[in-house]
Design a protein around this ligand. Structure first.
Ligand code: FE2
Length: 463
């Protein structure tokens, strides 16, 4: 097995012990500056927070292994497509990796070379997900789908306490980091935490069935960034998550015991005017994943890969715009771009004409909904109205769980997405080859798995 650098080799660990139960005013300025620098330079951060107990992560993983191991029909009772899958379960074959539909991201993929290349997905993600709201929601909002009541699965009496406890622990760590980061960025200190107040934070574990998807190169979650503010990862029992540092290095995620890995999302990029970039990542089946699967089988343990993930968000009704000095930086960049255009055109027109605004003011809820539409977790409003299908239930995912029979009759892969997905060879990136685009842009997702009994694909209504 090739030896590759992992996150624990290349990223420092920031210990939050000294700031627990302290005010931001007491925080070590060097710690704040280092956190800001690390996120700027890499998009990632490893932290140790004494308030996050490792044994709670194990209880959480045990619970989710049991949940995802249920029959498909039982899980589909928890599916809420009309709420854009922002609560409850999202079936496998539903979320479309952004790199399949985003031409700029495809350019980014082409620039990755050698061992830093991504594994190009050619269909929807093979993972399931469960969205569990964490923290307080606003009493009134313009974005009710993003702030909906939770879905509580019927068969797990301990569900709410385990999910609330683990979600709150990870959210607490991220909230502390947000305070330190704001200081380190030269802002006042509370700006990010205020934006996070009553945000639609989600404990959002993925579940990937490695019994049916345990093929080298299978793409469980294709190359993408996260749409939210900061993503927090606890430890998973199966390797496979890779992150890209800002310098283009692809790094396997290994989280030291007692630590968490955080990655910047699109909202943080927005608020810093691009000073911190949203971090790219993917989850693929590797030789290390397969070795862990074999070990789990030998020990009689579950072979569902569960991620321990929290998405922290800005409040849906808050406005995203570059903060403080980053607003000024953006203005300067716009002026430079505009001046450059004038010089090239030689006409001496208005300096403001045609200036691009990379991060225009936008309500966070609108930004989230646009991202959800792009990755097929939400139908565009116009399309929903025309089709009259907003909120319709998707076809059940035929990916078999150990307790379910294989149906192997996946619904049609969305033609628009398939048409937008260029051939792997045309992209010239590392192809895992374990998922392929359905022929003709409308074929069943079941054909996307090289004959595996694990057919994926549900009607594209969702993330
Ligand atoms: Fe992600």
């Amino acid at each position: 097995m090739a030896c590759e650098p992992d996150s624990a080799d290349v990223l420092p660990v920031f210990d939050l012990t000294s700031v627990v139960d302290k005010s931001l005013d007491e925080a070590d300025p060097e710690l704040c500056a280092s956190i800001a620098r690390c996120l700027h330079e890499t998009g990632c951060l490893i932290v140790r927070d004494p308030r996050v107990p490792a044994d709670h992560n194990d209880r959480f993983l045990d619970l989710l292994e049991a949940y995802f191991g249920q029959p498909v029909d039982r899980k589909m009772e928890d599916c809420r497509p009309g709420l854009d899958y922002q609560v409850g379960v999202t079936p496998c074959g539903t979320e479309v990796p952004r790199c399949l539909v985003d031409t700029q991201m495809q350019d980014q993929l082409r620039r990755l070379k050698g061992g830093n290349r991504a594994t190009m997905p050619t269909g929807a993600d093979l993972k399931w997900r469960y969205m569990w709201r964490v923290g307080q929601r606003p009493q009134s909002t313009n974005f009710p789908e993003l702030n909906a009541e939770p879905v509580v699965p019927g068969a797990f009496p301990e569900w709410s306490s385990v999910m609330d406890g683990w979600g709150a622990a990870l959210l607490g760590a991220a909230t502390s980091v947000a305070g330190l980061l704001a200081r380190g960025l030269g802002l006042g200190g509370t700006e990010l935490q205020e934006l996070m107040s009553q945000g639609p934070h989600l404990l959002a574990p993925t579940g990937s069935d490695l019994d049916c998807n345990g093929r080298l190169g299978a793409v469980l979650a294709g190359f993408h960034y996260d749409l939210n503010l900061l993503t927090v990862h606890g430890r998973s029992r199966f390797p496979g998550l890779y992150v890209w540092l800002r310098d283009g290095r692809r790094v396997a995620v290994r989280i030291p015991a007692g630590c968490l890995l955080m990655q910047a999302g699109k909202q943080l990029e927005w608020l810093t005017g691009g000073h911190i970039r949203a971090g790219m990542h993917e989850v693929v089946v590797t030789e290390a994943t397969l070795a862990a699967v074999e070990a789990a089988r030998a020990a009689g343990r579950s072979t569902w890969r569960i991620s321990s993930t929290v998405f922290t968000h800005c409040a849906s009704d808050a406005t995203l715009r570059p903060l403080g000095r980053f607003a000024h930086l953006q203005e300067q960049q716009q002026q430079q771009q505009s001046q450059q255009r004038q010089e090239e055109a030689g006409d001496g027109g208005d300096a403001g004409d045609g200036a691009e605004v990379a991060y225009p003011p936008i309500r966070a809820g609108d930004q989230v909904q646009q991202e959800l539409e792009a990755i097929c977790l939400r139908k565009a409003a116009a399309a929903s109205a025309a089709a009259g299908t907003a909120g319709s239930a998707p076809a059940p995912c035929p990916c078999p769980s150990p307790a379910a029979s294989s149906k192997g009759d996946g619904a049609a892969f969305p033609a628009a997405v398939a048409a937008a997905a260029p051939p792997v060879a045309a992209l010239g990136v590392g192809g895992g080859g374990a998922n392929t685009v359905p022929a003709g842009g409308g074929g069943a997702c079941g054909s996307a798995n090289n004959g595996s009994s694990c057919a994926t694909g549900v009607a594209v209504a969702s993330r």
